[in-house]
Design a protein around this ligand. Structure first.
Ligand SMILES: Nc1nc2c(c(=O)[nH]1)N[C@H]1C(S)=C(S)[C@@H](COP(=O)(O)OP(=O)(O)OC[C@H]3O[C@@H](n4cnc5c(N)ncnc54)[C@H](O)[C@@H]3O)O[C@H]1N2
Ligand code: MOO
Length: 400
């Protein structure tokens, strides 16, 4: 049995140096990881822009205390007019429009009065006010997004605003989910005595999709060594990652461990001093990695969030791997009576984190209400109210 820390270290030690790359249109790259640094091909903004609807002014020669200017023209957004402004001139200007080269400042229209061709303002404008300088957001040639960056909607927007059409990203892994268990029935069928509805495959598939992984197939193995072995054998050939649900404990009908051994899958670790998810297996055959996730639904999902996400982030070259971890004050005292590291379903509130009821690994009712997992290390026996605890924010935790 190894510690949670050792298990995570083992995952981090895997070497994914030769990652496959692919080229995508920027708008198709949501959720992918950039395989190259991207430098700005143009200045942003590409020309001096007005930040307000109002008037561009050029100060009089030696001072800028003037409050009266001569209005000489108008420039709208999209106009390519570079008016030559003399000292004391003003130009009607709009937000996003190109400001004449020699304008010194923009004055908001709310602070101005126009009488015929005279612009009167009741204060002396500051040099550069309400103007966006060329390249002030990003200058041509400087780095817009680094290699390893996770593409979000706004990353797409930034690259689009730089005129970039295509990006190189790392390929996402092909994942096979294998579900074991004779008691499992898919929805749409009626339950017979002793049967339950199968859910882990859909949970894992949805959680993978949320990580940007679309190439996922699901297979079902009966609780026989032959069936388990055949299905794992085929998955090892067809996939980069195999996720197996259930059958990894010590019961007479838990065949996953033996099947993996028979198929020469090298064990990197088996059993972690944690609750839930103690009988977690991690191994490798050739270039394919295998996680055998304990079948209890909350154990399966906890192991996915703590270990599989860490692994996938590294596999796809994400420079930030694993769930975000923050220290938060706990809302009630907590006792760890298990001599194991606990991952507890929890809810982050504004100024604290609350451990939820129903922590059993066979129940997902608290997981459905959770937006975080609190990690209490095995050596911590008691946490007082208000003490800081390590809190892992679930992928949807910031939005619910
Ligand atoms: N003698 C011992 N028994 C058990 C130990 C142990 O150390 N000694 N460990 C327990 C722990 S901890 C866990 S976790 C489970 C893990 O067992 P398996 O990985 O072999 O999982 P199963 O037995 O196949 O299933 C456990 C539980 O979860 C339900 N299940 C499984 N798959 C699904 C699914 N796809 N959808 C919904 N529900 C599923 C299954 O019906 C069982 O109730 O072992 C303990 N036993
Ligand atoms: O470790 Mo098991 O996952 O408690 O139920």
């Amino acid at each position: 049995m190894i510690s949670v820390h050792q298990a995570i270290q083992q995952i981090r030690e895997q070497n994914f140096a030769s990652k496959k790359k692919q080229t995508l249109r920027v708008e198709d790259a949501l959720g992918f990881i950039l395989a190259t640094h991207i430098d700005a091909p143009i200045n942003l903004p590409p020309f001096k822009q007005s930040n307000m609807d109002g008037y561009a002014v050029r100060f009089r020669e030696s001072e800028n205390t003037a409050t009266s200017y001569n209005l000489i023209g108008e420039i709208k957004a999209g106009d390519a007019i570079n008016l030559k402004m003399k000292p004391g001139d003003a130009v009607r200007i709009f937000t996003g429009a190109m400001i004449p080269d020699n304008a010194d400042a923009v004055v908001m229209q709310e602070k101005s009065i126009v009488k015929n061709t005279e612009l009167i303002i009741d204060f002396a404008p500051l040099v550069g006010q309400h103007m966006r300088a060329i390249g002030s957001q990003i200058s041509k040639g400087s780095n817009a997004l680094p290699k390893g960056h996770y593409m979000t909607p706004v990353s797409i927007g930034l690259l689009k605003s730089l005129g970039i059409e295509k990006v190189q990203v790392y390929e996402t892994p092909k994942v096979t989910i294998i579900v074991t268990g004779n008691e499992l029935v898919t929805t749409g069928n009626s339950l017979k005595e002793g049967q339950i509805y199968e859910s882990n495959s859909e949970v894992l598939k949805a959680a993978l999709h949320q990580q940007g992984i679309q190439r996922v197939s699901v297979h079902y193995a009966k609780d026989t060594l032959k069936d388990t072995e055949t299905i794992i054998h085929d998955a090892l050939i067809a996939s980069d990652i195999v996720l197996i649900s259930g059958g990894i404990s010590v019961g007479d009908y838990d065949f996953v461990g033996t099947a993996l051994q028979n198929l020469d899958v090298k064990q990197l670790f088996y059993k972690v001093l944690q609750k839930p998810g103690k009988p977690l297996f991690f191994g490798k055959k050739d270039t394919t990695y295998v996680f055998a996730l304990p079948g209890n639904p909350a154990s399966t999902l906890t192991c996915f969030y703590v270990y599989v996400i860490e692994f996938i982030d590294r596999f796809v070259g994400n420079s930030h791997s694993g769930l975000m971890r923050v220290q938060l004050p706990i809302s009630e005292p907590f006792e760890n009576r298990f001599n194991k590291t606990l991952f507890l379903k929890a809810r982050v509130h504004k100024n604290s984190v609350e451990i939820l009821d129903h922590q059993s690994s066979s129940t997902v009712i608290s997981f459905a209400a959770a937006n975080a997992l609190v990690c209490i290390p095995e050596e911590i026996k008691k946490v007082d109210k208000g003490n800081l605890v390590e809190t892992l924010i679930l992928p949807y935790g910031s939005s619910n």
